[in-house]
Each structure stands twice: as structure tokens, then as C-alpha cells.
Design a protein around this ligand. Structure first.
Ligand SMILES: NC(=O)c1ccc[n+]([C@@H]2O[C@H](COP(=O)([O-])OP(=O)(O)OC[C@H]3O[C@@H](n4cnc5c(N)ncnc54)[C@H](OP(=O)(O)O)[C@@H]3O)[C@@H](O)[C@H]2O)c1
Length: 258
């Protein structure tokens, strides 16, 4: 598994499991199955309401905590200082862990000063409760503002990014500042499986449309967090690192948005 190095020195696996919409036993089952297959990075959020079941899946798989990379997010309606601390506390309790590898602001909220939110994230970072801090759904303007008020480096920006939502300018901006980009909904919420261009390209290469979309992202240094409840899909989405995307496929994927 390739990784991206974060400011703390932590290695963030380039493929993780997304868990949005997975609730109850289906969340626990998907997490346990993914960890058995070799996933080590799990993406969740307070807003997904699945921390307890994600935690149960982790315990079922029995992977040592230090081998895992757990990401969660503080909701946009809880960005006041005390609320951020409380959300972290609640996350540790629900996930049954002592620390978070990465804690993100889920969405920017203009009604709360960023300085206040980052001050709480800085406190969590100083105490070792979160190893790295980051953001999600931040534009370049949001990032400019955030970098002016934080004492802790912004490790990550998790955004919608896939061949039909190519955010090259944002990616380059983040790259120049050592902010790792994570692509959410990398499969367009499953839509790409039906995309004719991807189907044709994939069939000619003995790959699947999902793999081409994910490979296009990881080759750009982007972290991907596809969600799946199927063993077959989970395995497929992890199999990205011992083959190459040829120039024709790359050009076709680059051109998809237009
Ligand atoms: N920060 C944010 O605001 C934000 C917003 C949205 C999402 N996210 C995160 O990003 C994660 C991923 O995004 P997403 O859940 O929106 O959607 P996604 O990962 O783009 O797509 C998930 C869908 O694709 C299907 N799928 C997965 N692998 C496949 C494969 N190899 N072949 C065919 N179909 C496949 C899944 O069905 P099966 O179960 O049948 O495989 C599921 O229906 C979320 O779960 C969440 O953790 C973050």
C-alpha cells in the first residue's frame, strides 16, 4: 500500500474505506471485511452516526491500533471551541480508541470564526488526542484563511474529486503547501460503473471502471476512500498498485470532465 506522509510524520494509506450511509451491522461488517482484506485506513464522521459500529468492526478484525489510520470529522454545526473538544471526546468514546489519526472540519461554517475552531484543534493536537488536523470541503479561499489562523499545519483537505469533478487547481495549490488531498465519492457514488467511456477503457485493459477511476486519482498523489459493502468490490478497489495506467487511458480520463 502506498502512503502519503503527514506533518506529524504519520503515513496515511492512499486507499481507505469510506463509511458514509453504512449504519449498524452493515458498517461493522464492511469495516471488519475491509481490514481482513488489508485496508488500514477508515474514514468516518460524527455526522454519519456510525462510530460505535465502525469501532465494533475494528475490534472484530483484531488489527492492532497502531497499524490503523482512523479519520473522523467534526460537524459544521459544532465548530465552537468547546464543541470541537466535545466532538473529539465523543468520537474517542464511540470508536473506543485513545487518539484519532486525523480530525477534520467536515464543512466550513462562516458563522464561526476559523481562529476559534483551529484553536481547539491545536489544543487537541498538543494533547496528542489527534495526530494531525485537516479540513474538508475547503476551497482555496477557505484554505488561505485557515492557514492564517492555525498554529498546527493543515495536513489534509478532503473534497469531491473524480474524473467528472476534476479539481486540478485545488490539487496543485494543496500540493505546493504539503496538504494531502483526499478524494471523496471517488466512484461518483457508484455512477462510474455505468459510464460508457470507462466501461470501454476498462474492458480493453482487463480492469474495471472503478479501478480506472481510482487509479487516475492515486497516480496524482490523491488519497481515495471508496465505500463498499461487497468483498469483491473492496478487493478490487485495493488492487491499484501493481499495474500502470497507459497514456491513452490517462488522456481519456483527463478529458472526461469536458
Ligand atoms: N467529506 C465529505 O463531505 C464527504 C462527502 C461524501 C462522502 N465522503 C466520504 O467518502 C466516502 C466515499 O464516497 P461515497 O460513499 O459518496 O461514494 P463512492 O465511494 O464514490 O461510491 C460508493 C458506491 O460505489 C459502489 N462501489 C464501490 N466499489 C465498487 C466497484 N469496485 N465496482 C462497482 N461499484 C462499486 C458501492 O456499492 P457496493 O457497496 O455494492 O460496492 C456504492 O454504492 C464516503 O463513504 C465517506 O466516507 C465524505
Amino acid at each position: 500500500m502506498k502512503t502519503r506522509t503527514l506533518p506529524s510524520g504519520a503515513e496515511m494509506p492512499q486507499v481507505g474505506l469510506g463509511t458514509w450511509t453504512l449504519r449498524g451491522d452493515s458498517a461493522a461488517n464492511a469495516v471488519a471485511m475491509a481490514l481482513e482484506l488489508g485496508y488500514r485506513h477508515i474514514d468516518t464522521a460524527v455526522a454519519y452516526g456510525n462510530h460505535r459500529h465502525v469501532g465494533a468492526g475494528i475490534r472484530r478484525a483484531g488489527v492492532p491500533r497502531q497499524e490503523l489510520f482512523i479519520v473522523t470529522k467534526v460537524p459544521r454545526d459544532n465548530l465552537r471551541y468547546e464543541e470541537v473538544l466535545a466532538a473529539a471526546d465523543q468520537s474517542l468514546d464511540e470508536l473506543q480508541t485513545d487518539y484519532l489519526d486525523l480530525f477534520l472540519i467536515h464543512w466550513p461554517n462562516p458563522s464561526v470564526p476559523m481562529r476559534e475552531t483551529f484553536s481547539a484543534l491545536g489544543e487537541l493536537h498538543r494533547k496528542g488526542i489527534v495526530r494531525d488536523v485537516g479540513v474538508s470541503n475547503f476551497t482555496i479561499d477557505h484554505l488561505e484563511e485557515a492557514q492564517g489562523v492555525t498554529s498546527v499545519p493543515i495536513a489534509n483537505n478532503q473534497v469531491l474529486y473524480h474524473p467528472l469533478r476534476n479539481q486540478e487547481a485545488l490539487r496543485l495549490y494543496c500540493h505546493e503547501r504539503d496538504i494531502v488531498v483526499t478524494s471523496y465519492s471517488p466512484l461518483g457514488r457508484g455512477e462510474f460503473v455505468r459510464d460508457r467511456t470507462l466501461q470501454r477503457l476498462a474492458a480493453a485493459r482487463g480492469r474495471t471502471p472503478a479501478q480506472l477511476a481510482l487509479k487516475w486519482l492515486v497516480d496524482k498523489g490523491i488519497v481515495v476512500i471508496p465505500r463498499s459493502s461487497s468483498r469483491e468490490h473492496l478487493a478490487e478497489n485495493l488492487d491499484l498498485f501493481d499495474w500502470e495506467l497507459d497514456d491513452e487511458a490517462l488522456r481519456a480520463l483527463d478529458a472526461m470532465e469536458g
